[in-house]
Ligand binder design. Structure first.
Ligand code: IYR
Length: 254
């Protein structure tokens, strides 16, 4: 419609652009275009049961704390696999599942990661973060020494795939990859808590490329989260933090 008001030459190019665009969207969808849609089964629960389950889940979630002191007691590999299976159930843009989870128990790799993280964090704390940030963090008693990276029996590293590769070698667009991976991280952290283990939600600043290199990961993968996983140390402490009340986080419009 709009093209009718344009001079001929512009009109010509306008149509080409539209055609090029339309053609580029005519390529095969990443999922099969005849994908079946099947009935969804849900066992309906009573209102009483809904509230009981929601409250029980809250109780578990509320008991979660970020731990910085880990026991070196081993945990079964099968538990880590189940946790990652749970994280992999997260919703993702166009069902692209744009995540890679690396589970590390090898002491040398953990030690190499600790070296990279501590080297960068030292610069972060001393230079990059600045006085305001380090002052805001001081009540939490964090610093650049990350003993938990070698003590915890497992490190789980979560990478987002900024794009994928189709069987024909073309790039596959990973819509909302950051959001999809963040949701998977939320499920993973909650699954760790539900299982009875502890973790620390860490996002090591400036360490992504070096860690990706030592793990031999491809360049479409970017480090989003590093989670040490294990039991808490016997003498572990946590800061006595309070969470916001429901009235402070919820606005109800009925
Ligand atoms: N990444 C650093 C600093 C840090 C930043 C924030 I924001 C925290 O909530 C906690 C720590 C570290 O891991 O020490």
């Amino acid at each position: 419609m709009f093209a009718e008001y344009l001079p001929f030459t512009i009109k010509y190019f306008y149509h080409i652009i539209i055609e090029v665009n339309e053609r580029s969207f005519e390529v095969e969808p990443a999922l099969p275009h005849d994908l079946k849609h099947i009935p969804y089964h849900n066992v309906r629960k009573s209102e009483k049961e809904l509230l009981a389950r929601a409250s029980e889940f809250y109780r578990i979630a509320a008991a979660r704390r970020t731990l910085r002191f880990f026991s070196d007691d081993p945990i079964p590999k099968e538990v880590i696999r189940e946790l990652i299976r749970a994280a992999g159930t997260a919703p993702s843009g166009a069902h692209t599942e744009p995540w890679t989870f690396i589970a590390i128990s090898d002491p040398t790799t953990k030690s190499n990661i600790r070296d990279i993280v501590e080297q960068e964090e030292k610069i972060n704390y001393k230079k990059r973060m600045g006085i305001k940030w380090t002052t805001d963090l001081s009540p939490l008693r964090t610093n650049w020494i990350k003993e938990y990276l070698t003590t915890a029996p497992y490190l789980i590293l979560v990478f987002k795939q900024t794009y994928g590769i189709l069987p024909n070698g073309q790039k596959k667009i990973h819509y909302y990859n950051e959001m999809s991976v963040s949701i998977a991280c939320g499920i993973l952290i909650t699954a760790i808590q539900y299982t009875g283990l502890v973790t620390l939600t860490s996002t090591p600043m400036n360490c992504g490329p070096a860690i990706r290199n030592i793990l031999g990961r491809p360049s479409n993968e970017k480090l989003v989260l590093l989670l040490p996983v294990g039991y808490p140390a016997k003498d572990a402490t946590v800061p006595d933090l309070q969470r916001k009340d429901l009235t402070e986080i919820l606005v109800e419009i009925d």
